[in-house]
Design a protein. Structure first.
Length: 115
């Protein structure tokens, strides 16, 4: 089944490079919008738009501190992505293991032909 083109889930929300950059900025800890704007050289309205999407899917949380809004990453919400990636990681590891086995066979063949 094809995924919808909305940003209503984690997969679609992180499909945008700017939103991934915001998550990268927030991995170091809670930050106000102004700091995110400065870190990414994006306009404040752009950052706010992307933060809204990330908030809607639960990837970031916002709390008020006076007039400032502080955002923090909610890494647990990335679990569906991590679970989905595990099978690809296993496939990649299996391929690397096969390459390693092949290289060992080649090395044994070369050293065995010297005798």
């Amino acid at each position: 089944m094809a995924r919808s083109s909305t940003t209503s889930d984690v997969f679609n929300a992180i499909g945008d490079a700017h939103r991934r950059e915001i998550l990268d900025v927030l991995i170091t800890g809670e930050k106000p919008v102004g700091a995110i704007v400065n870190d990414l050289s994006m306009s404040q309205p752009q950052v706010s738009k992307h933060l809204r999407v990330l908030s809607e899917v639960g990837l970031v949380r916002c709390r008020a501190e006076g007039r400032r809004r502080l955002y923090r990453l909610e890494p647990e919400r990335l679990r569906p992505l991590q679970e989905w990636l595990v099978k690809y990681e296993q496939a990649w590891n299996d391929r690397l293991d096969r390459v390693d086995d092949y290289l060992q066979e080649l090395q044994q063949g070369v050293s065995g032909s010297d005798t």
